[in-house]
Design a protein around this ligand. Structure first.
Ligand SMILES: Nc1ncnc2c1ncn2[C@@H]1O[C@H](COP(=O)(O)OP(=O)(O)OP(=O)(O)O)[C@@H](O)[C@H]1O
Length: 240
Protein backbone atom coordinates (compact mmCIF):
# COMPACT_ATOMS: atom_id res chain seq x y z
CA UNK A 1 0.00 0.00 0.00
CA UNK A 2 1.36 3.46 -0.83
CA UNK A 3 1.76 5.89 2.01
CA UNK A 4 -0.28 9.10 2.09
CA UNK A 5 2.97 11.07 2.27
CA UNK A 6 6.28 9.80 0.90
CA UNK A 7 9.43 11.76 1.62
CA UNK A 8 12.44 10.42 -0.29
CA UNK A 9 16.01 11.62 0.15
CA UNK A 10 14.95 15.22 0.64
CA UNK A 11 17.74 17.80 0.97
CA UNK A 12 17.69 21.58 1.36
CA UNK A 13 20.66 23.92 1.52
CA UNK A 14 20.76 27.55 2.64
CA UNK A 15 24.00 28.90 1.19
CA UNK A 16 26.71 26.83 2.88
CA UNK A 17 24.39 25.15 5.37
CA UNK A 18 22.57 21.85 4.83
CA UNK A 19 19.35 22.43 6.78
CA UNK A 20 17.76 19.11 5.71
CA UNK A 21 20.08 16.30 4.72
CA UNK A 22 18.79 13.28 2.76
CA UNK A 23 15.69 12.69 4.89
CA UNK A 24 13.24 9.88 4.03
CA UNK A 25 10.07 8.64 5.70
CA UNK A 26 6.51 7.51 4.99
CA UNK A 27 3.34 8.68 6.69
CA UNK A 28 0.58 6.08 6.38
CA UNK A 29 -3.05 7.11 6.05
CA UNK A 30 -4.65 7.39 9.49
CA UNK A 31 -1.38 7.82 11.37
CA UNK A 32 -0.21 10.51 13.77
CA UNK A 33 3.42 10.98 12.78
CA UNK A 34 5.79 13.34 14.61
CA UNK A 35 9.08 14.92 13.60
CA UNK A 36 11.15 16.03 16.56
CA UNK A 37 14.64 17.41 17.12
CA UNK A 38 16.47 20.12 19.02
CA UNK A 39 16.63 23.78 17.90
CA UNK A 40 18.04 24.13 14.42
CA UNK A 41 17.57 20.41 13.61
CA UNK A 42 15.75 21.29 10.38
CA UNK A 43 12.16 20.60 11.45
CA UNK A 44 10.64 23.84 10.17
CA UNK A 45 12.58 23.63 6.92
CA UNK A 46 11.32 20.07 6.38
CA UNK A 47 7.79 21.20 7.21
CA UNK A 48 8.06 24.02 4.67
CA UNK A 49 9.31 21.59 2.03
CA UNK A 50 6.30 19.32 2.61
CA UNK A 51 3.89 22.30 2.66
CA UNK A 52 5.26 23.63 -0.66
CA UNK A 53 6.86 26.80 0.71
CA UNK A 54 10.26 25.78 -0.68
CA UNK A 55 11.23 23.25 -3.32
CA UNK A 56 13.91 20.75 -2.21
CA UNK A 57 17.40 20.86 -3.74
CA UNK A 58 17.36 17.07 -3.89
CA UNK A 59 14.91 14.22 -3.37
CA UNK A 60 11.17 13.97 -3.91
CA UNK A 61 7.93 14.27 -1.95
CA UNK A 62 4.65 12.63 -2.96
CA UNK A 63 1.24 13.27 -1.46
CA UNK A 64 -1.59 10.78 -2.14
CA UNK A 65 0.50 9.11 -4.83
CA UNK A 66 1.33 12.28 -6.78
CA UNK A 67 4.53 14.34 -6.76
CA UNK A 68 4.02 17.32 -4.49
CA UNK A 69 7.46 18.87 -3.99
CA UNK A 70 7.59 22.40 -5.36
CA UNK A 71 3.77 22.57 -5.70
CA UNK A 72 2.39 25.85 -4.28
CA UNK A 73 0.75 25.68 -0.81
CA UNK A 74 -2.72 26.73 -2.02
CA UNK A 75 -2.71 23.98 -4.66
CA UNK A 76 -1.60 21.42 -2.07
CA UNK A 77 -4.42 22.65 0.16
CA UNK A 78 -6.92 21.94 -2.63
CA UNK A 79 -5.46 18.44 -2.91
CA UNK A 80 -6.08 17.91 0.82
CA UNK A 81 -2.88 18.96 2.58
CA UNK A 82 -3.39 21.78 5.12
CA UNK A 83 -0.94 23.43 7.48
CA UNK A 84 -0.76 25.64 10.54
CA UNK A 85 1.90 28.29 11.12
CA UNK A 86 4.43 28.28 13.96
CA UNK A 87 3.73 31.98 14.47
CA UNK A 88 -0.03 31.98 14.78
CA UNK A 89 -1.51 34.40 12.32
CA UNK A 90 -5.27 34.52 12.00
CA UNK A 91 -6.81 37.76 10.69
CA UNK A 92 -6.79 39.82 13.91
CA UNK A 93 -9.76 42.09 13.21
CA UNK A 94 -12.05 39.26 12.10
CA UNK A 95 -14.03 37.08 14.47
CA UNK A 96 -13.21 33.49 15.27
CA UNK A 97 -16.10 32.32 13.09
CA UNK A 98 -15.06 34.55 10.17
CA UNK A 99 -11.49 33.24 10.38
CA UNK A 100 -12.64 29.63 10.33
CA UNK A 101 -15.11 30.38 7.51
CA UNK A 102 -12.29 31.74 5.35
CA UNK A 103 -10.46 28.42 5.82
CA UNK A 104 -13.58 26.53 4.82
CA UNK A 105 -14.05 28.69 1.67
CA UNK A 106 -11.05 26.87 0.16
CA UNK A 107 -13.28 23.83 -0.44
CA UNK A 108 -16.89 24.81 0.19
CA UNK A 109 -19.05 25.71 -2.84
CA UNK A 110 -20.72 28.70 -1.11
CA UNK A 111 -20.56 30.86 2.04
CA UNK A 112 -23.40 29.05 3.83
CA UNK A 113 -21.71 25.67 3.43
CA UNK A 114 -18.40 27.23 4.52
CA UNK A 115 -20.00 28.72 7.64
CA UNK A 116 -21.61 25.40 8.54
CA UNK A 117 -18.25 23.65 8.15
CA UNK A 118 -16.59 26.38 10.25
CA UNK A 119 -19.12 25.90 13.07
CA UNK A 120 -18.47 22.16 12.98
CA UNK A 121 -14.68 22.60 13.34
CA UNK A 122 -15.02 25.28 16.04
CA UNK A 123 -17.09 22.78 18.01
CA UNK A 124 -14.40 20.13 17.47
CA UNK A 125 -11.70 22.57 18.64
CA UNK A 126 -13.72 23.64 21.68
CA UNK A 127 -13.99 27.23 20.40
CA UNK A 128 -17.67 27.59 19.59
CA UNK A 129 -18.35 29.79 22.64
CA UNK A 130 -15.70 32.23 21.31
CA UNK A 131 -17.21 32.40 17.79
CA UNK A 132 -17.99 36.15 17.95
CA UNK A 133 -14.74 37.24 19.60
CA UNK A 134 -12.16 39.05 17.45
CA UNK A 135 -9.14 36.85 16.82
CA UNK A 136 -6.85 39.50 18.30
CA UNK A 137 -8.60 39.23 21.67
CA UNK A 138 -7.90 35.50 22.08
CA UNK A 139 -5.42 34.03 24.55
CA UNK A 140 -2.47 32.07 23.12
CA UNK A 141 -4.07 28.63 23.69
CA UNK A 142 -7.28 29.80 21.99
CA UNK A 143 -5.29 31.30 19.09
CA UNK A 144 -3.41 28.03 18.65
CA UNK A 145 -6.69 26.14 18.48
CA UNK A 146 -8.11 28.70 16.03
CA UNK A 147 -5.07 28.11 13.85
CA UNK A 148 -5.87 24.37 13.88
CA UNK A 149 -9.52 25.14 13.15
CA UNK A 150 -8.61 27.23 10.11
CA UNK A 151 -6.49 24.42 8.69
CA UNK A 152 -9.06 21.76 9.54
CA UNK A 153 -11.86 23.79 7.95
CA UNK A 154 -10.25 23.10 4.56
CA UNK A 155 -11.18 19.40 5.05
CA UNK A 156 -7.67 18.03 4.73
CA UNK A 157 -6.62 14.40 4.40
CA UNK A 158 -3.29 15.40 5.94
CA UNK A 159 -3.02 18.08 8.62
CA UNK A 160 0.47 19.52 9.15
CA UNK A 161 0.89 21.04 12.60
CA UNK A 162 3.87 23.28 13.31
CA UNK A 163 4.63 23.41 17.04
CA UNK A 164 1.03 23.88 18.10
CA UNK A 165 1.93 23.07 21.73
CA UNK A 166 4.75 25.62 22.02
CA UNK A 167 4.28 28.03 24.92
CA UNK A 168 1.24 26.20 26.32
CA UNK A 169 0.83 25.14 29.95
CA UNK A 170 0.62 21.39 30.68
CA UNK A 171 -3.18 21.44 31.16
CA UNK A 172 -3.60 23.25 27.83
CA UNK A 173 -1.26 20.75 26.18
CA UNK A 174 -3.40 17.88 27.52
CA UNK A 175 -6.50 19.56 26.13
CA UNK A 176 -5.04 19.95 22.64
CA UNK A 177 -3.68 16.37 22.73
CA UNK A 178 -7.22 15.08 23.40
CA UNK A 179 -8.64 17.26 20.61
CA UNK A 180 -6.00 16.11 18.10
CA UNK A 181 -6.69 12.47 18.97
CA UNK A 182 -10.36 13.12 18.22
CA UNK A 183 -9.56 14.77 14.91
CA UNK A 184 -7.37 11.81 13.98
CA UNK A 185 -10.15 9.36 14.91
CA UNK A 186 -12.46 11.26 12.57
CA UNK A 187 -10.16 10.19 9.69
CA UNK A 188 -7.54 12.95 9.38
CA UNK A 189 -3.89 11.90 9.14
CA UNK A 190 -1.64 14.19 11.20
CA UNK A 191 2.01 15.14 10.77
CA UNK A 192 3.30 17.24 13.63
CA UNK A 193 6.54 19.04 14.20
CA UNK A 194 7.06 19.38 17.92
CA UNK A 195 9.37 20.41 20.64
CA UNK A 196 7.11 19.39 23.51
CA UNK A 197 8.21 15.82 24.08
CA UNK A 198 5.52 14.78 26.55
CA UNK A 199 2.75 15.66 24.11
CA UNK A 200 4.51 13.97 21.22
CA UNK A 201 4.87 10.77 23.23
CA UNK A 202 1.18 10.84 24.10
CA UNK A 203 0.05 11.45 20.53
CA UNK A 204 2.33 9.93 17.93
CA UNK A 205 2.16 6.45 16.45
CA UNK A 206 5.63 7.00 15.00
CA UNK A 207 8.38 9.53 15.68
CA UNK A 208 11.15 10.62 13.31
CA UNK A 209 14.13 12.28 15.00
CA UNK A 210 16.32 14.86 13.26
CA UNK A 211 19.66 16.21 14.40
CA UNK A 212 21.68 18.73 12.37
CA UNK A 213 19.31 18.17 9.44
CA UNK A 214 19.81 14.39 9.28
CA UNK A 215 17.76 11.45 10.54
CA UNK A 216 19.09 9.80 13.68
CA UNK A 217 16.17 7.53 14.52
CA UNK A 218 12.62 6.54 13.66
CA UNK A 219 10.22 4.29 15.51
CA UNK A 220 7.42 4.09 18.02
CA UNK A 221 7.64 6.54 20.96
CA UNK A 222 9.00 3.70 23.08
CA UNK A 223 11.67 2.72 20.57
CA UNK A 224 12.77 6.29 19.98
CA UNK A 225 13.15 7.20 23.64
CA UNK A 226 15.34 4.15 24.17
CA UNK A 227 17.47 4.78 21.07
CA UNK A 228 21.09 5.43 22.12
CA UNK A 229 21.64 8.20 19.54
CA UNK A 230 18.50 10.01 20.67
CA UNK A 231 19.52 9.79 24.30
CA UNK A 232 23.00 10.99 23.48
CA UNK A 233 22.30 13.85 21.14
CA UNK A 234 18.92 15.20 22.03
CA UNK A 235 16.86 14.23 24.98
CA UNK A 236 19.20 13.52 27.84
CA UNK A 237 17.98 11.01 30.39
CA UNK A 238 16.27 13.66 32.51
CA UNK A 239 13.94 14.70 29.67
CA UNK A 240 12.37 11.25 29.60
N1 LIG B 1 15.62 30.93 5.30
C1 LIG B 1 16.78 30.52 5.84
N2 LIG B 1 17.98 31.04 5.45
C2 LIG B 1 19.14 30.61 5.98
N3 LIG B 1 19.23 29.65 6.93
C3 LIG B 1 18.09 29.10 7.37
C4 LIG B 1 16.81 29.51 6.87
N4 LIG B 1 15.85 28.77 7.51
C5 LIG B 1 16.49 27.96 8.37
N5 LIG B 1 17.85 28.17 8.30
C6 LIG B 1 18.86 27.43 9.05
O1 LIG B 1 18.63 26.05 8.83
C7 LIG B 1 18.83 25.30 10.02
C8 LIG B 1 17.58 24.52 10.36
O2 LIG B 1 16.60 25.46 10.79
P1 LIG B 1 15.08 25.08 11.10
O3 LIG B 1 14.37 26.34 11.42
O4 LIG B 1 14.54 24.23 10.00
O5 LIG B 1 15.26 24.18 12.41
P2 LIG B 1 14.17 23.76 13.50
O6 LIG B 1 14.49 22.35 13.84
O7 LIG B 1 12.82 24.05 13.00
O8 LIG B 1 14.52 24.72 14.70
P3 LIG B 1 13.52 25.35 15.83
O9 LIG B 1 13.14 24.21 16.72
O10 LIG B 1 14.40 26.34 16.50
O11 LIG B 1 12.36 25.98 15.12
C9 LIG B 1 19.25 26.29 11.10
O12 LIG B 1 20.65 26.27 11.20
C10 LIG B 1 18.73 27.61 10.56
O13 LIG B 1 19.53 28.69 11.01
Amino acid sequence: MTALLEVRGVTKHFRGLTAVDDVSFDVAEGQIFAVIGPNGAGKTTLFNLIAGVFAPDGGTIAFAGERSDGVAPHLLCRRGLARTFQIVRPFPELTVLENATIGAMMRAPDVDTARARAIEVLRQLDLLDRRDAKAKSLTLPDRKRLECARALATEPRLLLLDEVMAGLRPTEVDRIVAILKDINRSGVTILLIEHVMRATMALADRIHVLHHGATIAEGTPDEVTRHPKVLESYLGAEAL
